[in-house]
Design a protein around this ligand. Structure first.
Ligand code: FPP
Length: 188
């Protein structure tokens, strides 16, 4: 979206307008990655249950995703749920999955409207069939969009990625001496 169009969408004299005018569009990053953190602390500082922090975190995600797409950012990756997060109490994990499902249903139209291509990374096989179906549908419905690529990382982890790449090397029959940074990187 051109600056003029973006300016038309914000209130004249507002903080948003001042921020917009400070952006150097020629130096916009190609890829921004965010890690969701602090939801629990946000809730605790307001004497609210943790789930309210997650709900508020999702509100921030919605506005970051839409604003990034409007600014013309090519790729946004959101690290939302790590492999370590599976160790949280069952009630919290299922609340998070419920919020994810709700987000996908609610935001699909906005992703389509903003020409955003949705993609999931991480160990998706650990997610329930129901959540996987929701994710696949969102990815399929937005597959032909040509604007920002929005990656959501679920059940992600640095060590998990290394283990997965090692498994792929072994399955592909790569000999030990042929394991190089490149053959490894090809399987990440
Ligand atoms: C970080 O806060 C948040 C998480 C680990 C989970 C966030 C995931 C969701 C809200 C699920 C769906 C996501 C999207 C984007 C639809 P924390 O609980 O680690 O907070 P703390 O560090 O203050 O305890």
């Amino acid at each position: 979206m051109a600056l003029a169009e973006m300016l038309a969408a914000v209130k004249a004299g507002s903080a948003e307008e001042a921020l917009l005018r400070r952006i150097d569009f020629a130096r916009l990053p190609r890829h921004v990655a965010l890690i969701m953190d602090g939801n629990g602390r946000w809730a605790a500082s307001r004497n609210l249950p943790r789930v309210e922090g997650h709900r508020a975190g999702i509100e921030s995600v919605r506005s970051v995703v839409e604003t990034s797409a409007r600014l013309g950012l090519p790729v946004l990756t959101l690290y939302a749920f790590s492999v370590e997060n599976w160790k949280r109490p069952d009630t919290e994990v299922s609340a998070l999955m419920g919020l994810l499902k709700h987000y996908l249903r609610l935001e699909l139209n906005s992703l389509l409207r903003n020409n955003i291509k949705f993609h999931v990374i991480g160990q998706t096989d650990r997610l329930s069939a129901e959540i996987r179906t929701e994710l696949e549908q969102a990815a399929e419905r937005t597959a032909s969009n040509t604007g920002m690529l929005f990656n959501i990382a679920l059940s992600y982890g640095g060590r998990a990625e290394i283990v997965d790449a090692a498994r792929r090397l072994i399955r592909d029959g790569v000999a030990a001496d042929d394991v190089t940074e490149q053959t490894f990187a090809d399987r990440l």
